[in-house]
Structures are given as C-alpha cells and as structure tokens.
Design a protein around this ligand. Structure first.
Ligand code: 8Z2
Ligand code: FAD
Length: 633
C-alpha cells in the first residue's frame, strides 16, 4: 500500500499525471470534467491513504488539501462537496451509530449535499421533495412530486457522487414535520449506474465552476431504510413516533459551517489575486511620472496602489476574522453539545453577514485586480478571470447574499428591542445598548475612533430601521409587510454591522499579537490594518457625517493619512504578496509567477493554443477563400 506523508505541496506537485499538457481553457466541457476527475482521483487516493496512515479524523482532508487541490485542479474539484458538506453533514447531524454505519466505507463512497431544488433555494420550508414513512416496511419513500422539486445545483451530483445527503420534507402518518436530512445512495458502487427510481444528470455549462459537476436529481418512489434519516437532533421511531429537535434550525447547521469557512476561503482567493496583480505591477513598466525619466513600474502610480493594497489588507482581514469566527463557531458547537443553544442566533447572524461581505468583497476586489493589469489581466492564462468566476459564485451559494443580510438584520432589530428594554446584550452587539444609553465618545482620528464611529453608524441605521418598521405598522401594515417595506434600510444596517465587525476584529487582533511579533512585522501588519480601517472610513464618510461627530477637517486628515499609508506600504508590497507563499504551480498565472518572466510565459502559453498548431487553419480554404475570391475585384 502506498504510504503518503501529509500531502506537502512538493509531494503532490511532483506527481506527473497531475500536470496538464493542454491548458484547460482549450478542452471541451466534457474533456474538462474528465480531466478533473483524472486529477481529483489521484488526490482522493492520496487523502484516503493519508486518512488510514495518519489517523486523520475520518474522511477529513488535511487542512492544506484545499489549497493544493485549487492549484492542481486549476478549477473546482468535483469531489469538493464530499469534504465540504457531505461528511460534515453526517458528522454534525447523524448519531454516532449512524456515522459509523454511513461512513464505514471511508473514502469508498463519494457524496454531495442535495438541498436546493429547481424551484427553491432560499426558502427551505418551501422545498418540495418528500420523504414519507412506510410503517409496514420500516422505510422512507422519497419522491419528487413536481419538476420544480427536482434537486438542482448540488456539486458533484451529475456524474461524480454515488451518495448524497438529501434535504426533504418529512411526512409521518400524514403530518408534515418540515425539512430533514436523509442519507441516500444514488449510484451502484461497482457500475456507477444510477439506482432504479432516480433521474440524474448535470445542469449544463455555467459562468464558472464548470468542473464542479453541479447536477439534478429526481426521485420516483425511491425507498431508503428508516434509519437513513439523520437522527442526531430529531428522530422517527419504528412505531412512527416523531421526536422533535430541541431547535429545528439545528438541521441547517451544515450551512453555518460552510459560511464560517468561506471567510478563510475568500482570504486565500484574494491572496492569489493580490499576488498576481502586485507582482505584475512590479514587472510592468508603462508611461512616465517625471517626463524626463524612464517609464515607471505601474506599481509606482499611487492610484495603482489604491487599487491593489486594499486587496492585500483585506486578505489578512478575512484570514484573521475567519479565525475569530471559527473560534466562535467551535465554542457555540461545544455549547450545543452540552445542550445550550443560547448563542446559536448570534452565530447565525455573524456567519450570515460576514459570509456575505467576504464573498462580495472578494468578487469586486479580484475584478479590480484584473482591471489593474490592463489587457493581460483579461487573458485566461493570467488566472484572474477564473479566480473571479469562482469567488463570485460564493455570493450566491451557501445562502444568497441579500437573504443572509436580512437574517442578520433580523438579529439586529431583536437586539435593538432588547437594548430598549434594558436587557444585557452579547459583546458583538453590546454597542447598541451604549448607543441607546447615549454613552458614546466624540470622534477621534484613530483606528479605535474609526471602529467606534462605524459602530455608531450601525446603531443609528438600526434605530432608523426600527422606527421605519414602527411607522409602517402604525399606518396599518402587518409586521411582515412593514419589514419588507423597510428592507432597503435593513440591508444597509447589516452591511454596516459586518464592516464594523471586520474593522474591529482585524485591528484588535493585530494589536493583540503585535507585541509577540518582531518590530518590523508588527509595524507592517499594523499599517495594513490601519489602511483597511481608514479605507473604509473614507468609503463610508457619508454615514460617518450623519451618525458621528466627524468633521470635514477630520476627513481631510484621514485622506492624508491614507495616502501616507500607501507610500509606507509601497516598498513592502511585493514582499507582502510573496509572504502569502503561493507557489507558481498553485497560482497558475502567467502574470504572477515568482520569477517575473511575464512576457516569456505569456508567449509560451499562447503557443499552446491548438489554433497555433498550424499556420493556416482549414477554415480558410473551406469558408473564407471562396468568398474572398468571389468578391475579389
Ligand atoms: C470547505 C468549504 C469550501 C466551500 C465549498 C462550497 C462549494 C459550494 C457548495 C454550495 C452549497 C450550497 O449552496 S448548499 C445550499 C445553501 N442554501 C442556503 O443557504 C439556503 C438559504 N436559506 C436559509 O438559510 C433559510 O431558508 C433562511 C433564509 C434563513 C430562511 O429560513 P426560514 O424562513 O425557515 O427562517 P426564518 O423564518 O427567516 O427564521 C426563523 C428563525 O430561524 C433562524 N435561522 C434561520 N436559519 C438559521 C440557521 N442556519 N442557523 C440558526 N438559526 C437559523 C432565524 O434566525 C430565525 O430565528 P428567530 O429570529 O429567532 O425567529
Ligand atoms: C456555483 C453554485 C454551487 C452550488 N452548490 C450547491 C450545492 O452543492 N448544494 C445545494 O443544495 N445548492 C447548491 N447551490 C444552490 C444555492 O445554494 C442556491 O442557488 C442559493 O441558495 C440561492 O437560491 P436560488 O438560486 O433558488 O435563488 P432564490 O432563492 O430563488 O433567490 C433569487 C433571488 O430572489 C431574491 N430573494 C429570494 N428570497 C428573498 C427574500 N427572502 N428576501 C429578499 N429577496 C429574496 C434574492 O435577490 C435572490 O438572489 C449552488 C449554487 C451555485 C451558484
């Protein structure tokens, strides 16, 4: 049996059949899929050997696995959902006995998470797939009663997975108990043929994510044992007794897990885009600053620094905030394990707004990095287009951004009401009480002063939302209608809350560790954190003018400080992206390679185009020549 050490990049990157002879952009839709399955299977083999040899917690890919996989796949790994959602759903939602049973084949099964349907993605209580208990046979019968009830979007569902966790409406003795999760085998292990009673396939080409094998699945009287309902939180007994969960939202736990994880995922996406665009900006010489001097590195244009340094800072902000949120998640999961659900609403609210802000920011910042590279950023070989389409998918999946921000707004409004009633609030929203009790300070042009100012904006906008809802209710609207009427402001409150959280956590975590760092490192990290906070204070100057005591003079001083920070960071910019330590084989970019041989790499890549295999393409003789000759004067 081959033994692999923890997959160090060197090991994995040295495996020959993981390299692509032809760049993926020149493969067909089908060839692309077959190519990632080829590479993904090698990685899957490594991870499964590893889990046996290294006593890795069952089925958990080693932490650096995603990074290595990102590089080798150069696109989304169709096995991703197995690790990202299928296994976590089972380990979080099944009893220990069920986990042992469902995961006994270890890496011998490949799973996905099938929740979204053609007709419903956001409103889970509206899902139409049914799981009806058959008391006589001690089974559930799964059905897709309508076309809109077909599962639609799950990654790996089309042609890769042979099992899935399915979210379906549970029916027992004619009563619907809402969405529950079920462990379902969908393909024969040996032949990989779809099992009888199922209709399976992939949903077609997408803007990106084209190797994720997103698929559809329809059930027709498909039977599974009663024990295949994940029964950690709620149970259906043999006699048909339904034992409800202590909190029905525990069923949604897998989504919270991924939302929490996505912050660090976006940190890594941004680190790659920043590495590519900053290194390229150090290589690219274009135009003059002083007319009598040579063309400059485009990185010397202050506006180029303004476009790019925020990405370096944001990557660190998301990494640090992602670790903070992960610690919060782990603590809440521990509390739930001990029977306390108190902090679940807070965790849900935090994960919703931070997932949304991190995925949205990653999207527009990666696009900003691409645009900062001029035409060459538009080449697939730069890898910036792929980074963009991969990152922006996350704005939608795992909870669409608008919907999640409204979830956080729901929590802010509830917290505001509790503050009005004098209740104590969790630390992450306690500033609402301070605002309500008018305990806040005059504006200070310091990182802490800015954080306090951004919190005042949150409190002020939340108060405005509460008053708007009240106004609509007093005019006769039901609460839900009043909520809908106020939703533009509610979104604003959540966005402001998320930004204040990111600034606060980034600054104070850096401040906390700076004494443990070498002076140089502490100085540079603080410069990045201050740049991030000052950038957002300037972006949100309108709100600060409305809700705080900031003055025009304060803003002018902030603008001056921001430009000072750009100049301070400039000498370290390339060193900062080098410190992300992303190897060329994982960066996959002609513009961002460590050796700076941009133009040579671009030409090498261009010559790989199949079109360049011959000097005259056969279409000339077949189509062009007759027309040219016919119209030749
Ligand atoms: C490694 C990775 C690489 C990354 C790899 C990733 C690759 C891509 C994988 C993608 C996978 C997917 O997309 S999987 C599918 C993802 N789908 C989603 O995320 C669906 C989004 N929709 C939802 O989450 C829900 O339906 C929601 C929008 C919250 C509305 O649901 P409801 O209407 O039932 O809820 P509401 O009535 O609004 O609220 C009822 C109460 O429940 C609470 N509540 C709602 N959701 C909750 C939750 N998740 N946890 C706790 N509490 C929750 C609310 O706060 C309310 O509390 P009170 O205020 O106290 O009443
Ligand atoms: C690349 C990718 C991978 C995916 N992978 C998976 C997977 O592996 N498994 C899985 O189960 N799903 C997966 N999904 C599906 C994803 O979870 C859904 O697309 C997402 O939850 C949004 O649902 P929807 O597409 O049905 O949009 P809808 O819910 O129909 O929402 C459409 C729009 O309506 C508006 N809207 C909806 N509800 C509200 C509201 N309450 N208030 C205000 N506005 C609202 C919003 O603007 C929203 O964008 C994936 C999606 C993508 C793009």
């Amino acid at each position: 049996m081959k033994c692999y050490p923890v997959p160090r990049e060197n090991l994995v990157l040295s495996i020959d059949n993981l390299k692509d002879d032809i760049p993926e952009e020149y493969l067909s839709h089908k060839e692309c899929y077959e190519n990632v399955i080829r590479k993904g299977s090698v990685l899957y083999d490594i991870f499964s050997e590893l889990s046996k040899d290294r006593k890795h917690k069952a089925h958990q890919a080693p932490s650096n696995a995603y990074r290595i996989s990102d590089g080798i796949m150069q696109n989304v790994n169709p096995f991703l959902l197995h690790f990202a959602l299928f296994v976590p759903a089972i380990t979080n939602q099944a009893t220990p006995e069920q986990q042992a049973e469902f995961l006994k084949h270890g890496f011998g099964i490949i799973g996905t998470y099938a929740q979204t349907e053609l007709g419903h993605g956001t409103f889970l209580r509206g899902l139409e797939t049914t799981a009806t208990l058959d008391l006589e046979t001690d089974e559930f019968v799964l059905n897709s009663p309508t076309l809109t009830s077909y599962k639609w979007w799950p990654g790996g569902l089309g042609h890769t997975a042979n099992h899935c966790v399915v979210m379906a409406q549970l029916y027992v003795k004619g009563k619907c108990h809402g969405p529950h999760l079920f462990f379902v085998q969908i393909r024969d292990i040996e032949t990989h043929e779809p099992l009888p009673g199922l209709k399976l396939g992939e949903i077609g080409a997408k803007m990106g994510f084209n190797t994720a094998d997103n698929g559809f699945l329809g059930f027709h009287n498909f039977r599974i044992p009663r024990n295949n309902m994940l029964m950690k939180n709620s149970q259906v007994l043999k006699d048909g007794t339904y034992v409800e969960s202590k909190n029905e939202k525990l069923t949604y736990g897998s989504m919270v897990f991924v939302r929490v994880y996505l912050l660090s995922d976006m940190a890594y996406m941004l680190a790659r885009a920043a590495t590519i665009s900053v290194r390229y900006s150090a290589v690219r010489h274009q135009s003059h600053i002083k007319p009598d001097e040579p063309e400059v590195q485009i990185l010397d244009f202050v506006i180029q620094q303004h476009k790019l340094f925020i990405s370096i800072a944001t990557s660190h902000a998301f990494k640090i905030c992602g670790l903070w949120l992960w610690q919060t998640y782990s603590k809440v999961m521990e509390d739930i394990g001990k029977g306390s659900m108190d902090r679940l609403p807070e965790l849900h609210a935090l994960s919703c707004c931070l997932k949304t802000t991190s995925t949205r920011d990653a999207g527009w910042l990666i696009e900003q990095c691409r645009l900062a590279c001029g035409g060459h950023g538009y080449l697939m070989s730069s890898n910036l287009p792929s980074l963009y389409t991969t990152a922006t998918a996350a704005i939608t999946y795992e909870g669409e951004s608008t919907v999640l921000l409204l979830q956080t707004a729901r929590y802010l409004i509830k917290s505001w009401k509790r503050a009005m009633e004098g209740e104590s609030l969790p630390a992450t929203v306690s500033f609402l009480s301070e605002y309500f009790n008018k305990r806040y300070n005059k504006w200070e042009n310091t990182p802490k002063g800015i954080v306090d100012g951004l919190k005042l904006v949150v409190a002020g906008v939340t108060k405005m939302c509460a008053e708007s809802i009240q106004k609509h209710v007093s005019r006769g609207q039901q609460y839900e209608e009043a909520w809908n009427s106020s939703s533009v402001q509610l979104i604003k409150a959540s966005e402001a809350y998320s930004r204040a959280l990111l600034c606060e956590v980034f600054w104070f975590e850096v401040d906390k560790v700076s004494s443990t760092l070498s002076n140089n490192l502490a100085v540079v990290l603080k410069q990045l954190a201050e740049l991030y906070i000052t950038y957002w204070a300037l972006e949100k100057r309108g709100d600060l003018l409305v809700y705080t005591t900031i003055s025009k003079d304060d803003l002018d001083k902030l603008q001056e400080r921001y430009e000072e920070l750009l100049a301070l960071i400039r000498p370290n910019a390339v060193g900062l992206v080098d410190s992300f330590d992303i190897r060329d084989e994982i960066l996959c970019s002609t513009l961002g390679a460590y050796d700076g041989r941009v133009y040579e790499r671009m030409m090498e890549h261009a010559l790989k185009s199949p079109l360049n295999a011959e000097t005259v393409n056969q279409s000339f003789h077949k189509y062009m020549k007759p027309v040219i000759l016919k119209h030749k004067i």
